[in-house]
Design a protein around this ligand. Structure first.
Ligand code: CIR
Length: 253
């Protein structure tokens, strides 16, 4: 697997925030946590390509949001937050090594954090960041490659993948406060522990899942479902409303 990451911006403290209160971020700690996160990706077998930080883009470490990568193509997004629209340009030449590139055009908006692919099914959060036009454009690009693209309402969180991620092809980890179970009725559903509000965002690589260290109760539930958990401390990135999927683009090389 290939993993694209980007170093933490020195301006991370000026990040966008929607559902999380602004609290002081320890930048040196964020940088160290990001180094350990990259090491976890390598431990799970990824070839990690790390892009340099973008000082003028506080949220650029959250590289997941600027592109969608499937086996056949990649799609450069048009992030819903105007402050983030300059982040994708430096990802293009790197991603172009592995995939033909498409792009979401105005007035469409789409954040990669809203896109969950499970096999040939692509679920897209109907969030403040991803609009109907962006979802329709993604559908038009991916349908010829055999993917179904389905919008899913979410409420009370930033992105679809704040509320649900995949643990396996037949199993999802879900926060029922933020998303209906009905869209995932065909799957085995593991719910986050009620005491761990933000625990639904895990990064599945093969048969293992990277998850923030602060959610031990949900880790127990994930292990009970038969999936091994690799816990990483991303506390400073969580203060910027990020977690584990958002810091990488992971795809088959
Ligand atoms: C933002 O609001 O855009 C960033 N502060 C956080 C983005 C997190 N991205 C993600 O979970 N995919």
């Amino acid at each position: 697997m290939i993993a694209i990451t980007r170093d933490v911006s020195p301006s991370l403290a000026a990040c966008e925030l929607s559902f999380v209160d602004r609290t002081p971020i320890d930048l040196a700690r964020a940088v160290e946590q990001h180094r350990v996160y990259r090491a976890a990706l390598a431990e799970l077998g990824c070839e990690v390509h790390d892009l340099p930080a973008q000082a003028d883009h506080p949220d650029a470490v959250f590289v997941e949001d600027v592109a969608i990568v499937v086996d056949e193509v990649a799609v450069m997004t048009r992030p819903g937050a105007a402050s983030r629209r300059g982040e994708g340009a430096t990802v293009v030449p790197l991603l172009a090594r592995w995939r033909a590139l498409h792009a979401i055009e105005a007035p469409g908006t789409l954040d990669g954090g809203d896109v969950l692919r499970i096999g040939r099914r692509v679920y897209v959060g109907e969030s403040a960041r991803s609009n109907a036009d962006g979802i329709a454009q993604l559908r038009a690009i991916l349908a010829p490659h055999g993917y179904t693209v389905q919008g899913v309402p979410i409420h009370g969180c930033l992105h679809l993948k704040s509320a649900v991620t995949a643990l396996a092809d037949d199993t999802v980890l879900l926060q029922p406060a933020w998303i209906g179970r009905d869209a995932f009725a065909g799957y085995r559903i593991v719910e986050v522990d009620p005491a761990e509000e933000h625990a639904a965002n895990v990064l599945r690589i093969g048969d293992r899942a990277i998850s923030p260290a602060c959610f031990p109760r949900t880790h127990e539930r994930i292990r009970t479902a038969g999936v091994d958990v690799l816990a990483v401390d991303v506390s400073e990135l969580q203060k910027a409303e990020g977690a584990v999927t958002c810091c990488s683009l992971v795809f088959r090389g």
